[in-house]
Ligand binder design. Structure first.
Ligand code: 5GP
Length: 122
């Protein structure tokens, strides 16, 4: 796997070099609204640590970082009332998943019928 690119857009957001519409922050996690939302609610949840992808995060992050990320996602969803109608959490990893930003992130989608889970290009 390629090393972490310190110039990716989420690294710049974490350093405060470009703004974000912040939804949540703690010691390990930052969450903000997606700049190009695919659904009425579209939040990105990212670790503050430098992890390229889910593969990198799940193998290299500490238990505290992993717990913090998923606790944060759950809290954001609850605080927004999303469990009532439902929501979807997704993480793209690598080429076939069309991961655009090489800093691991969860997407939280909600606010409309989210359709079938996936339509692969076979
Ligand atoms: P990926 O395809 O890597 O899973 O998703 C990357 C997401 O980051 C996309 O949904 C895209 O709209 C979002 N994104 C890219 N650049 C920015 C930015 O500068 N600010 C915010 N808030 N979101 C961004």
């Amino acid at each position: 796997m390629a090393g972490y690119d310190d110039n990716n857009v989420f690294a710049k957001i974490l350093r405060g070099e470009i703004p974000c519409d912040k939804v949540y922050e703690d010691d390990h996690v930052l969450a903000f609204n997606d700049i190009n939302p695919q659904t009425p609610t579209h939040v990105l949840v990212i670790p503050k640590g430098q992890y390229v992808s889910s593969d990198d995060f799940f193998s290299e992050a500490s238990d505290a970082e992993i717990a913090a990320l998923f606790r944060a996602a759950g809290k954001i969803a609850r605080d927004k009332g999303l469990p009532q109608d439902g929501y979807r959490i997704l993480a793209n990893c690598g080429r076939d998943a069309h991961q655009e930003v090489p800093h691991f992130h969860l997407h939280i989608f909600a606010g409309c019928d989210l359709g079938v889970m996936i339509r692969p290009n076979r």
